[in-house]
Design a protein around this ligand. Structure first.
Ligand code: 13P
Length: 260
């Protein structure tokens, strides 16, 4: 974590919580963070609910003036038209979303999202003034075959090819660490996040590489966040399972209180 990059703790709810559950959960989360005097200026907190929750989340956050940011878990590469089931970046923007997750490994695995599709979705999000959180990561067999950073770096290069410098976030999520309880060690995560920053510097130059936030995701918990956040190239976390538990997620958001 570098002092001039504001850490971002992002909760990816995946396909959990309908809109009623989302309202209750988000309200309790915001109150828990408020009671703990969480300073959002020091650590940003964002949630990524299912699409059907977003209107309720917007009403709640705007109505109660919570400082939580939010975004979609995916976006269409198209802006409008005959694309049944897809959601345009313009719709997310109209709901007050700031961010959108792109290329999560579950999208790549279950929805056949290729590097080309990921790249088109990055472009779509930028067209609608949404900050893409570009997810990259290797499987266990990629790791054995190609080593730790080759696949995530190649995915990042492909996602950004032909795209000029913009405000983006990168999330390194090793597939073998997602939902397994087996997080990457802080050294492993730092090695790949450092390689991603170098790749970004090659694409866009040093200044944007230095200012872009790189998150780690994969079995992040209250007990391992502090060590991860001590690494110089890790600027936050993309949290799955633990983002569905208020006290656990609030504790992750307050990592500065347990970084020693
Ligand atoms: P877990 O935190 O459940 O391992 O999930 C990580 C993830 O996929 C976040 O996008």
């Amino acid at each position: 974590m570098a002092v001039d990059r504001r850490p971002l703790i992002a909760g990816n709810w995946k396909m959990n919580f309908d809109h009623l559950q989302a309202i209750a959960f988000t309200q309790k989360l915001a109150w828990t963070l408020r009671d703990a005097n969480h300073d959002y200026a020091t650590t940003e907190v964002a949630i990524f609910p299912p699409f059907t929750d977003l209107r309720s989340i917007q009403n709640l956050i705007e109505g109660d003036k919570f400082d939580l940011a939010y975004g979609g878990q995916d976006v269409s590469s198209h802006d409008a038209g005959a694309y049944t089931g897809e959601v345009s970046g313009s719709f997310l923007k109209a709901l007050g979303a700031s961010y959108v997750l792109i290329g999560h490994s579950e999208r790549r695995q279950y929805h056949a999202e290729t590097d080309e599709i990921v790249r088109a979705k990055v472009e779509a999000s930028l067209r609608h003034d949404l900050i893409p959180i570009i997810c990259v990561g290797e499987t266990e067999s990629d790791l054995e075959q190609f080593g730790p950073s080759a696949v995530p770096v190649a995915q990042l290069r492909a996602a950004l090819s032909g795209i000029a410098e913009k405000d983006i976030v990168i999330a390194y999520e090793p597939v073998w660490a997602i939902g397994t309880g087996k997080a990457a060690t802080d050294e492993q995560a730092e090695q790949v996040c450092g390689a991603l920053r170098t790749a970004l510097a090659e694409a866009w130059g040093m200044a944007p590489a230095e200012s872009t936030r790189i998150l780690y995701g994969g079995s992040v918990k209250a007990t391992n966040i502090a060590a991860l956040m001590r690494q110089p190239n890790i600027d936050g976390a993309l949290v799955g399972g633990a983002s569905l538990d208020i006290s656990e997620f609030a504790s992750i958001c307050r990592f500065l209180k347990h970084v020693v």
